[in-house]
Write a protein that binds this ligand. Structure first.
Ligand code: OOG
Length: 236
């Protein structure tokens, strides 16, 4: 298992795609979460801090895009965080894509105390962005970077807010928060069930509301979530 984690770690650090080594080794989903833990442990050993959880494949659009139809989760570190309005360095990534999300701030009771629009950059470490369930789980659910807009208290309804993904001022994807498990608030229970209790102050990325789009150097990307505001990044 730890050699699989090492190969994924090297793939990420050198921005070099690799074959689907986890499914090829016959590792199942449970084993793949052990590989993921070992992979993220390498980042923590280099000084990064665990700051949250991401859910993946919580929408039909995403499941259809990658051909895997189970909700998955991954670990977020402070090293993946990009400021709202900040820059994502695509030079260190293989074939990055970007997607619009909703983020929750988790309190000491495990409840969401605030919500914000978010952008997630995903970058599969596998050739051609192709993987099976075990491969993508081991690869920390393709996590690469994320940005979060301004936090605000949870509004009454979060279940049908319009979502736009804009690239260079043009609409690239349109969706609704309803795409995220029917209501993104379901992500809070789903994360607790799948990943265990979050720590106070952790971020939860609920998963993308639309398919992801390629992130090219020079692009300016903005997510707009109705009633929640906007968040943007630039790619260099
Ligand atoms: C897997 C990760 C999906 C999401 O928000 O659905 C994900 C992938 O598409 O590479 O992060």
């Amino acid at each position: 298992m730890s050699d699989l984690a090492e190969r994924l770690d090297v793939a990420a650090r050198t921005a070099t795609a690799i074959p689907q080594i986890v499914s090829a080794a016959g590792v199942d989903a449970d084993g793949a979460y052990t590989v993921q833990r070992d992979l993220v442990a390498r980042r923590l050993a280099r000084g990064e801090r665990l700051v949250g959880i991401k859910l993946g494949l919580t929408s039909r659009a995403k499941m259809a895009q990658v051909g895997v139809d189970e909700v998955i989760w991954g670990r977020l570190t402070d090293g993946m965080r990009v400021a709202d309005g900040g820059t994502v360095d695509t030079g260190g990534l293989i074939h990055p894509r970007i997607e619009p999300e909703v983020a929750f701030l988790i309190d000491a009771e495990g409840n969401a105390s605030a919500v914000a629009p978010a952008l997630e950059v995903i970058d599969s470490r596998y050739d051609d962005f192709k993987f099976s369930l075990a491969d993508v789980i081991a690869d920390n659910s393709s996590a690469a970077a994320y940005a979060i807009g301004a936090w605000r208290p949870l509004p009454d309804g979060l279940d049908n807010l319009g979502v736009l993904l804009e690239v260079d001022g043009r609409v690239a994807q349109v969706g609704s928060t309803a795409a995220i498990l029917g209501d993104p608030r379901r992500a809070i229970e789903a994360a607790a069930r799948l990943a265990g209790r979050a720590e106070a102050g952790w971020v939860l990325l609920a998963g993308a509301a639309t398919a992801a789009v390629p992130l090219a150097p020079g692009a300016s990307v903005r997510a707009v979530v109705e009633g929640l505001g906007t968040v943007g990044v630039r790619a260099s």
